[in-house]
Design a protein around this ligand. Structure first.
Ligand SMILES: Cc1ncc(COP(=O)(O)O)c(C=O)c1O
Length: 202
């Protein structure tokens, strides 16, 4: 695979998510390619992708069977909107997911990310109660220190103090938080909270 040319690369315009942009751009670490568990950085180093790229490349990078399936599908139908237009594959995948899910969970709503899934779930819960004639049931319960993504609904039910502070006053109004379940007697937990700049509350 061709490595991206980094010498002439203008780093200014891409605003990287969840990244200290200035720091990154002072010493950029750019990925050139990947194979199985490893990235290859443009300077030639191999880096173990221990997170499976935020848990979404669990089968490994650039696996030939998966690459071939993507290539074949892109040549037949690259994209079709699901707004009032169907395509057989999502129906097939949904049926397969329903087969694997516990009894009673037989409908599948696909989303593009965890954040979108969380906000969609919040909306489904509100709509469900409204349709049952209990439209006043709008209160959500989250948990301290819980993380539910980056959209406003998800941040509202999350218990990440810095995120909640950053958007205080603009979050969903009806949210309560249960106590977190982290064991603050554990030095590892206290050390992690210190690293993230949070006070270890008893
Ligand atoms: C419980 C939970 N909700 C939401 C998210 C957000 O997912 P995404 O990063 O795909 O938007 C995550 C991601 O780690 C998560 O663990």
């Amino acid at each position: 695979m061709n490595a991206p040319r980094t010498n002439a690369l203008d780093l200014e315009h891409y605003w990287m998510p969840f990244t200290d942009n200035r720091r990154f751009k002072r010493a950029p670490k750019l990925v050139a390619s990947a194979r199985d568990m490893y990235y290859t950085i443009t300077d030639g180093r191999q880096v173990l992708d221990g997170l499976a790229t935020l848990w979404c490349v669990n089968a490994g990078h650039c696996r030939p069977r998966i690459v071939e399936a993507i290539r074949a599908q892109a040549g037949v139908l690259d994209f079709a909107s699901s707004f009032s237009l169907g395509h057989p594959l999502p129906f097939r995948v949904a049926a397969r997911v329903a087969e694997l899910a516990p009894p009673g969970m037989s409908h599948v709503f696909f989303t593009n990310s965890g954040s979108e899934a969380v906000d969609t779930a919040l909306k489904i819960a509100l709509a469900y109660h409204r349709l049952r004639g209990e439209g006043t049931r709008t209160r959500f319960i989250g948990r301290e220190r819980g993380y539910h993504g980056v959209n406003l609904g998800g941040i509202s039910v999350s218990g990440v103090p810095a995120n909640r502070r950053a958007f205080a006053g603009a979050l969903l109004p009806a949210v309560d938080h249960l106590r977190h379940t982290q064991d603050l007697a554990q030095p590892r937990v206290r050390a992690r909270l210190r690293r993230h700049g949070r006070r270890a509350r008893r």
